[in-house]
Design a protein around this ligand. Structure first.
Ligand SMILES: Nc1ncnc2c1ncn2[C@@H]1O[C@H](COP(=O)(O)OP(=O)(O)OP(=O)(O)O)[C@@H](O)[C@H]1O
Ligand SMILES: [Mg+2]
Length: 509
């Protein structure tokens, strides 16, 4: 059996830091090959080397048995490799066909043959059963469709090897199922796929082979049908991760977060439509919903990052409706944002500054108005160790952190702030199994210690495991209120898809 693409004894070092060590990876046509590992294990780095983005320190990459050396992604693309990045590299103001054909448009007498280009895109979409409107503006498409454009772009350039780095992390459950089906059918039609994910069920259902990395070293290479989820977890973490969460019964206190009649967006087509909700101290209220039904706008309005058209928000009795983000924070609100890169962190600053953000004026980080760097370093050290963030030291810039490690650092900072009310959006997106377990435990502890937590998540198992009450959001409204002990993923999914309202009182209490 010949490999489409192979890493043979690949090494990557950054200074003294060994990120990939003697890695062997065999990618075979007709297969989906999963690459798994904890945050910072070196997965994205390995993918970057296969795609010519990162130069290996040692070892070889072979394409159909022949040594190759890519000096840039252009070489990799020319060799038939395509990559779907987690943050898309698309032109948001151009159309679908323009994006797909960009740089390799068919021409006629030196001009772009628009009709022909559009036609080719339609044919390609039909051939791979990936329907799309070629004339739609990419920026206006949902995430799942933008990702489809990325895939079609690679296929248009005749890629027969596709690298997908955490493509499912940003998708809603139905978009994810669609992508997994597409991946399977591409492989069945002879393509070779490399698929990075943290989701074991995705590996067990669509992948043929799995390679596991731990701290830059391969710890397992198996056929999926010959291994088990438990075995993979042990290979990733070196231990068994318990699936059982202890959940003491809720001890509800006063109303901590009260939202009344909140509307976001134009009254003709509101994104959040006159919502009211209350979270009491000692309670986790989970909001389930397909991405794009107003959850992010709701969170942003509560935290002050986004606008609101009307409504009132109170924290422990104080009206914060007119307050700035910073004033809301000082009143007692913490926020774990969904978008950790743009909202949550300053990439060219150290971990110490990043964990101090939002609380620089608070003692002991600052003395008489002057920021105390030593205290910040201590705080960073403490949080790095508690959340096992893989980072060289407390002053290391966060820009080079792996996705999951940056998420852990932001979660740590917000929880450490000590606010009585927490708005938590997708807290475990892109985070590995061990860290998910840890973050869940911490959130439950905070709740048991009297915090009021509003949890927004597209992961239904997470909503079910953590929430004391579940509200399902659909088109800007709550359409169901469910008791996690008396519901399941199927029922929640039913309401998420817009089925009729169920048993909610006026106040979502
Ligand atoms: N340019 C760089 N300079 C220094 N260290 C780096 C650089 N790029 C990555 N690293 C480090 O290499 C390690 C591996 O990072 P990588 O992004 O490959 O992890 P990953 O397995 O993709 O993790 P995640 O699941 O969180 O995405 C991390 O510790 C990261 O901080
Ligand atoms: Mg990564």
């Amino acid at each position: 059996m010949q490999c489409a693409l192979q890493a043979v004894g690949i090494n990557k070092k950054y200074g003294a830091l060994v990120v990939n060590k003697d890695i062997n990876l065999d990618i075979i046509a007709g297969e989906v090959h999963a690459v798994m590992g904890e945050n910072g294990a070196g997965k994205s780095t390995l993918m970057g080397m296969l795609f010519g983005l990162i130069k290996p320190t040692g070892g070889t990459i072979k394409l159909k048995g022949k040594d190759v050396s890519f000096s840039s992604p252009l070489d990799a693309i020319a060799a038939g490799i395509g990559m779907v990045h987690q943050s898309f590299k698309l032109f948001m103001s151009l159309t679908v066909w323009e994006n797909i054909t960009f740089g390799s448009e068919p021409t006629s007498m030196g001009l772009i043959a628009r009709r022909q280009a559009r036609q080719r895109v339609l044919e390609l979409a039909r051939q791979h059963n990936l329907p799309i409107d070629p004339d739609a503006t990419v920026g206006k498409l949902p995430i799942g469709m933008q990702q489809r454009v990325e895939i079609l772009k690679a296929l248009y350039r005749n890629a027969d090897i596709l690298i997908l780095d955490e493509p499912t992390a940003v998708l809603s459950p139905s978009e994810r199922d669609g992508l997994l089906a597409t991946m399977r059918s591409l492989a069945d039609n002879g393509k070779a796929l490399v698929f990075v994910t943290h989701k074991l069920n995705e590996v067990m259902t669509v992948c043929d082979r799995v390679t596991v990395l731990r701290k830059g070293v391969v710890t397992e290479r198996s056929l999926v049908r010959e291994t088990t989820a438990d075995e993979i977890v042990t290979a990733m973490t070196g231990r068994e991760v318990s699936k059982h969460l202890d959940r003491p019964s809720a001890n509800l206190g006063d109303d901590a977060l009260v939202v009344e009649g909140l509307t976001v967006g134009p009254s003709s087509k509101p994104l959040v439509d006159g919502l009211s909700l209350t979270v009491r101290s000692g309670e986790i209220v989970g909001i389930a919903g397909v991405a794009g039904n107003g959850q992010t706008e709701l969170a942003n309005a509560i935290t002050g990052i986004g606008e609101m058209a009307s409504g009132r928000i109170r924290i422990n009795g104080t009206d914060i409706t007119a307050l700035s983000v910073k004033q809301r924070r000082l009143t007692g609100l913490s926020f774990i944002p969904e978008d950790r890169h743009d909202v949550g962190s300053v990439w060219n600053m150290g971990a110490d500054i990043n964990v101090g953000m939002g609380s620089l004026e608070k003692a002991p980080q600052s003395r008489r108005g002057i920021v105390d760097r030593a205290a910040l370093r201590e705080k960073a050290k403490r949080l790095i160790s508690a959340f096992s963030v893989a980072i060289a030291g407390p002053t290391t810039k966060v820009g080079n952190l792996s996705g999951g490690n940056l998420q852990k650092l932001i979660v740590a900072r917000e929880l450490d702030y000590g606010s009585p009310v927490l708005v938590v959006e997708q807290p475990t997106r892109g985070v590995d199994v061990g860290a998910i377990e840890y973050i869940h435990r911490v959130l439950l502890d905070e709740r048991t210690n009297g915090k009021a937590i509003l949890l927004i998540s597209s992961e239904l198992p997470e909503i079910l495991a953590l929430s004391d009450r579940i509200l399902v959001m659909y088109e800007g409204k709550f359409v169901a209120e469910l008791d996690p002990r008396r519901t399941d993923e199927r029922e929640i999914g039913f309401y998420m898809a817009g089925a009729k309202e169920k048993g909610r009182s006026e106040n979502a209490r």
